[in-house]
Design a protein around this ligand. Sequence first.
Ligand SMILES: N[C@H](CCC[C@H](N)C(=O)O)C(=O)O
Length: 276
Amino acid sequence: MLLRFWKMHGLGNDFMVIDLVTQRARIPSQKISQWANRNTGIGFDQLLLVEPPSHPDMDFRYRIFNADGSEVENCGNGARCFARFVVDNHLTTKRDIRVETAGGPMTLHLADDQRVRVDMGPPRLTPDEIPFVAEVEATQYEVDVDGERVSLSAVSMGNPHAVVLVDSVDHAPVATLGPKLEAHERFPNRVNVGFLEVVSTHKARLRVFERGVGETRACGTGACAAAVAGIQQGLLESPVDITLPGGTLTLEWDGHQQSVIMTGPAERVFEGRIPL
Ligand SMILES: N[C@H](CCC[C@H](N)C(=O)O)C(=O)O
């Protein structure tokens, strides 16, 4: 069969998006890394599947697979593209769209200025929820990386994030420390690694070495986790504009049990068909 898909991106974090509501197909896991290949495939950071919901109070099921084929709990930039996809493909007439993910429920709102506002749910901060190996919950942890002591925050947005404060993202050790932390033994499910530079109380810069991908142009859940870590440490105040290499997201968070609200763009690049 020929499978219809859209290529989309959120601030350069790019996706293959497949409608499995009007198309019936099972995607073999080995196809994901083949399609993700930027030389011999379509090329993307994540594959997003749009599926019918399994809960009556949800509009869709939203599944996310990294370029390495691993299925993950959440993708913030992908959530914005998901909203644009289902509205532009007339899969819903709603503008507040409830989706179920492996990391929990979210509400996506397509705003009039073409930006998308996502209620990402509350951050999860206890070590067990992240998961992260630690005796007690803290805003900062010390982790040994090849004999080097690294201070980091650990936050889950459904998916796990480590946030490392740096003086400048331009000189951050993304390519060296990123992969070491991604696979660190204290993160049993591996982890996304954010490098956060605080510019002012309402502005920051961020680069993210994503679990299962490597450094991306932007990471929505990473921006959420960085905002939470900065606010918890009194370095940032809500709302926070976080600028990543691909552009800027706006994050709002009023404290522990509250949802993190993320607002940003979602773009369609092209439509395609691929043999399956
Ligand atoms: N690499 C992430 C999934 C995609 C997250 C990112 N693309 C976003 O926008 O949140 C993980 O393994 O948890």
